[in-house]
Design a protein around this ligand. Structure first.
Ligand SMILES: [Zn+2]
Length: 411
């Protein structure tokens, strides 16, 4: 056990063992350590053990408790620390060498500290590190860990500004890789603890905008929207690769059962980019929510592009060329994954076609027509049944669109 060297009013010195449960310090007779000193409060402070480490805590004393000459309310103590209470000092000494220096034990305590740290249990992690330091003063691994705890705790504190007081929002560590989750219904945003709170706030605000916009058009309001924010393209691709469908290397975002985006903190310099990406991916999310994933990709992709008013590059020229040559991609082959198309040019054109057909549908049938078609997919209809809601067959839709095209899209 640690021992305390007590100096009373500068001259009487004694050494006591610290009871395992800690001890109380004050002027009153029933304290474990008493100082017969008018300036000391009756119940001045307490030294106690928590999670394996020792802490000194001031008990609302009149003249305060100082640790290494700094006034504290509560602070961990370690070997060599000096606690001052008025004119009295208590030097806290860690375990004596005989009991300490048990490498295996220190290692075990540090492993425990590491585990606490991984799950964001800062206080327990700190206590365990203190315990290790008591066992072996200056243990370098423990000191490094102490540093890491302080750093992460600090990052987490900054992120706490994301939680709006009075709302049901929560911030929690969802380890084990220092991932934090912001729950602000309906959004659940998962990101690394090192991210800038300001960026996450922008992401949240932008998603809320997309949620309301898409909600007005499609009348869909999912109760839960899961979002993961990555720090690099490799990370995004790594995660999506595990799911069997890696994001293409040009995509900053994608949507499977979650919205997954890759942003660096520079994204804030281009809020428009963040808006386009998040809204686009959120449309995918909302449409899948509405249709149980049964919506053909050309329609889903088209809605995502139209909703962001973001025509693919070169739309006009590509459509003009397709008209000139009467060369279009049949909708049938655009039901699923565009990247299954053989050439990059075809993939690009698939996006153009999806954009243009949905523009046509929207002009002719407005959002209510699109909602009716999506609703039909949601209740299990196939393409003919769903397009039937706007009185079209697949061929009729392609025909009507091609007739509309020269007047609306091209010169
Ligand atoms: Zn898309």
């Amino acid at each position: 056990m640690p021992v305390l060297h007590i100096t009373t009013s500068g001259f009487v010195e004694k050494t006591v063992d610290v009871p395992e449960t800690g001890c109380t310090i004050g002027r009153a007779w029933d304290n474990v350590i008493t100082f017969n000193d008018e300036d000391v409060s009756a119940y001045h402070a307490a030294l106690y053990c928590d999670g394996g480490g020792f802490f000194i805590e001031d008990r609302n004393s009149t003249n305060g408790t100082y640790l290494n000459h700094i006034k504290i309310n509560r602070s961990p103590v370690q070997g060599g620390d000096v606690i001052s209470i008025c004119r009295n000092t208590i030097r806290f000494e860690s375990f004596c060498a005989k009991e300490g220096a048990d490498d295996e034990n220190v290692a075990k305590v540090l492993t425990e500290a590491d585990r606490h740290l991984m799950h964001g249990r800062w206080d327990s992690a700190e206590s365990a590190v203190q315990k290790a330091l008591l066992m072996e003063q200056g243990n370098s691994q423990a000191l490094q860990l102490q540093d890491r705890i302080a750093r992460k705790k600090n990052m987490y504190r900054k992120l706490e500004s994301l939680v709006v007081p009075g709302k049901k929002d929560t911030l929690s560590i969802v380890g084990p890789d220092d991932f934090v989750s912001l729950n602000a219904a309906p959004f659940e945003i998962r990101f690394h603890i090192s991210r800038d709170a300001h960026l996450i706030k922008e992401i949240f605000k932008t998603l809320k905008r997309a949620y309301d916009l898409v909600g007005r058009h499609l009348e869909v309001y999912p109760e839960r929207v899961e979002v993961e924010v990555y720090t690099s393209q490799e990370e995004l691709q790594g995660v999506t690769g595990l799911n069997g469908c890696a994001a293409p290397d040009w995509a900053a975002g994608m949507c499977d059962e979650k919205i997954r985006i890759n942003t660096d903190d520079d994204t804030l310099r281009e809020p428009q980019f963040l808006y386009l990406m998040l809204t686009h991916e959120y449309v995918h999310y909302a449409v899948r929510h509405m249709t149980g994933g049964k919506c053909p990709l050309w329609l889903e992709e088209g809605i995502a592009q139209v909703e962001t008013q973001n025509a693919p590059a070169g739309t006009e020229e590509l459509l003009q060329r397709a008209l000139d040559n009467d060369a279009f991609l049949p909708l049938e082959i655009l039901q699923h994954d565009f990247s299954a198309l053989e050439y990059a040019e075809l993939i690009d054109f698939a996006y153009v076609e999806a954009y243009s057909i949905v523009t046509f549908l929207l002009q002719r049938y407005s959002w209510s027509g699109i909602r009716a078609v999506l609703g039909a997919f949601g209740s299990g209809e196939e393409v003919p049944g769903a397009l039937g809601r706007v009185h079209l067959s697949c061929e009729e839709l392609e025909q009507a669109w091609k007739e509309w095209l020269p007047h609306h899209c091209c010169r």
